[in-house]
Design a binder for this molecule. Sequence first.
Ligand code: NAD
Length: 332
Amino acid sequence: MLTTPETGTGDLVIVSEATCREIITEALAFDAVRDVFAAMARGDAWNFPVVREALGHADALYGFKSGFDRAGMALGVKSGGYWPHNIDRGLTNHQSTVFLFDPDTGRLRALVGGNHLTALRTAAASAVSIDTLARPEARVLGMVGAGHQSNFQLRAAARVRSFDKVVAWNPHPEMLPRLGKVAEELGLAFEAVTPEALGAEADVIITITSAFAPLLRSEWIRPGTHLACMGTDTKGKQEVDAALVARATVFTDEVAQSVTLGEAQHAVAAGLKGEHEITPIGAVLTGAHPGRRSADEVTLFDGTGVGLQDLAVAEVAVRAALAADKATRAAL
Ligand code: NAD
């Protein structure tokens, strides 16, 4: 049996959803995602083509996202998708699992629950963008969206800037009180506002909805705002108008995804933004791009979600679970 440094036995390591919830902190996810974005920009890490297919069963969408990070020695795949009828069975509609392999041998090393991890890695990406691109003196956070991901987004953002107030809007206003509770827990004032008022007041805006038509218009957004557009991860989705993407300096996790299935897809298709004008955020992290150049510049992070984020946070989960003696081991 092969031996790995973490287990000392070569056993398969299993980290459950419950253990992930217990051990992966926002800080661990932030560092892992920041490091892998930098590795991508240095050419040390690659995402492989994404597969996403309608199953023709249970109305499900199934797929996988995979990649290899040579710097972090993370090789693997997140497999799963969307099962819309799970809610009737008391299960989350989004279901995923991460498989990590030994890059030296191809041996399966670990299975990690991917549901909680997905929310944490998505929020970490948005927080990395705020940390890197928002004005340091940002005080008001605007939240557009109030679903499952929004709570994680708010918590992660609150770690990287000294916000004192959250202004929020959601197409379904009845969902907002849950987000308000998170703001309260974080000691932040919370106000439900119109999208126009949100644009007028916010220094940083996170959009995290399933919208297929723009919710924010360019003329509502103040100079100097940083936007993290996190909801658009599929062709056809859209959260802000193309004029705002055209006006902003745009950064992303993966340019190829940004222009095809990310928030920038519409501005690019309309000829308002060129692919060459979109910068991987990793280039800012490595110092190859200066990032924000002035206090008046509108910056926009198009967070499309890449497999390497999942692998990076899954690696953290394995290490933390083993250190806390909370991983299950099984012989393969
Ligand atoms: P959710 O179902 O819990 O919440 C959906 C949110 O979108 C709510 O705010 C809801 O009011 C709003 N919404 C629903 N239908 C809408 C419509 N037709 N028009 C406008 N708004 C609408 O979903 P969630 O888990 O919070 O995910 C939110 C979005 O984030 C989804 O689009 C999801 O695909 C995306 N997502 C992106 C990444 C990434 O890496 N970029 C990762 C995970 C999820």
